[in-house]
Write a protein that binds this ligand. Structure first.
Ligand code: SAH
Length: 460
């Protein structure tokens, strides 16, 4: 990030715009939304600027810029649309102590003005550091469409109510009050105008004053396989509301980014056979934060109910008397099989599918290898890398065909996703350069079209 986004307080501050053409008019339209004291220096000012000056909205000096014009200005714009004249503005205004923007000249600008979605006092600023103005416009259009026009009114009325809401205990109760206002009661009342919004706030405050201070709540949330687009809406909402997020090693950083900015983020990474936080410590951590009245999100890769040691955590929560809920996620097997363009079950081929783990707490996990060795069986094998040679031996011993296809999908759904198409006979070799989390899809080869479509490495 080369440009640090800030919102500048402009009340009673001076701003200089040098130039009087279209670029100056466009900037002035924005600046006039603020309460800044605006000066325009321009030998030839467009009629709009003259009209604004006549209406007392800005001060127009009808000449070229001179040294001292930008004294006491916080910011200055070079808007001549002329490189030489704007270069002069840059020099003069910077010497006067202002920071300078040259319109449409990123390289010479000391700051840039973002694209803006205006629901005053809610203002969304969008910047791409000059990299993709078209993208910025698209994001702006999307936000314009999704942010209701009444949002500004809700925020304005909400602001006047902040003092009144301070009677609520700080922390979770107050946050719940404001969430209920902005998510439900406010939008419901917004159509009927300001008085209705105020009534809704009064009623809401009453009900929150009388509510008992609720104990904490723990959401056991599936973060999916890595791609944030594969998060459920409910998972996103939980992340939006969380006070504390306790996550696994495999949860992608892009997903943690979605947590509420003020949330405490705790890495409770556990690695099979490697250094790990013990399950007891994790249980204690979740319970501790829950008992403090926090909204805790226990964030697990994939689906929390698949190889997630969920029951141990639920037992700890029950023992502590804490309220909990499971938010399902897309498990790695589903993401992996989508990648190879196959189906986990298929009429006439396999009417059941197994989810297996390659190892458990005691080491390599024993499974019903004889059943899996039969023709046309399909299994998604989690945590199977280290146990691969051992599983291969078991399966071959029980009569599995050495040519049985196995698709190893590494980092499924992430940008570094890789497919290794192999067979039971060559499985351990195919795994030699797999370093990320991988699911072994036993009995499934990548579908030809999927191979052609994705550009992943196919190691045969
Ligand atoms: N609850 C998780 C599984 C946790 S066990 C789920 O439902 O997906 C950890 C194992 O999951 C890893 O060893 C790997 O086998 C698999 N895994 C998790 N994320 C993965 C990903 N993005 N791609 C491939 N395998 C993944």
């Amino acid at each position: 990030m080369n440009h640090f986004p800030i919102f500048l307080a402009l009340e009673n501050r001076r701003v200089l715009v040098a130039g009087g053409g279209d670029a100056a008019v466009a900037k002035l339209r924005l600046l006039l939304k603020t309460t800044a004291r605006i000066t325009v220096v321009a030998e030839h000012a467009a009629p709009e600027i003259v009209a604004w000056a006549d209406a007392g909205k800005l001060n127009l000096i009808p000449r070229a810029q001179e040294p001292g014009d930008a004294l006491c200005c916080v910011i200055a714009y070079g808007a001549h649309e002329d490189a030489v004249l704007d270069g002069r503005t840059l020099q003069l205004a910077a010497a006067d102590g202002a920071i300078v923007n040259i319109v449409d000249d990123l390289a010479r600008s000391q700051f840039i003005t973002p694209a803006i979605v205006d629901r005053d006092p809610v203002v969304v600023a969008i910047g791409t550091e000059g990299a993709a103005p078209v993208l910025a416009r698209k994001i702006k259009a999307d936000l314009e469409a999704s942010l209701p026009a009444g949002l500004g009114l809700l925020a304005r009325v909400g602001k006047t109510f902040r003092k009144a809401a301070d009677v609520l205990p700080m922390g979770a109760v107050r946050r719940r009050f404001w969430a209920a206002y902005y998510n439900e009661a406010g939008p419901r009342a917004a159509d009927q105008g300001e008085a209705a919004i105020r009534d809704a706030l009064d009623t809401l405050l009453e009900s929150h004053l009388n509510a008992e201070t609720r104990p904490g709540h723990v959401d056991l949330v599936g973060a999916g396989p890595g791609d944030p687009e594969l998060l459920t809406l409910r998972a996103r909402k939980a992340l939006d509301a969380a006070d504390v997020v306790i996550h696994d090693r495999l949860v992608a950083p892009e997903i943690l980014e979605l947590a509420r900015r003020e949330a405490i983020i705790i890495d409770a990474g556990k690695e099979g056979f490697g250094p790990s936080t013990s399950q007891d410590v994790i249980n204690a951590l979740i319970v501790e934060h829950g008992l403090r009245g926090h909204h805790v999100v226990r964030l697990k890769a994939g689906d929390p109910t698949v190889f997630g040691r969920l029951d141990e955590e639920i037992e700890a929560l029950d023992a502590a008397g804490l309220d909990w809920a499971i938010v399902p996620g897309i498990t790695a097997a589903s993401a992996a099989v989508a990648t190879i363009g196959q189906s986990l079950t298929k009429r006439g081929r396999n009417g059941s599918v197994r989810f297996l783990t390659g190892h458990d707490m005691k080491g390599f996990a024993d499974q019903d290898w004889a059943a899996l060795a039969k023709p046309d069986e399909v299994a998604a094998i989690y945590m199977g890398k280290r146990a691969a040679r051992w599983m291969q031996g078991r399966l071959l011993m029980h009569g599995a065909a050495p040519a049985t296809p196995v698709s190893v999908v590494e980092n499924a759904s992430r940008s570094d996703q890789t497919i290794h198409a192999t067979t039971l006979a060559t499985l351990p070799d195919a795994l030699s350069d797999v370093s990320g989390p991988a699911v072994l899809l036993f009995g499934l080869a990548p579908r030809a079209a999927a191979q052609a479509l994705t550009h992943e490495e196919i190691a045969l």
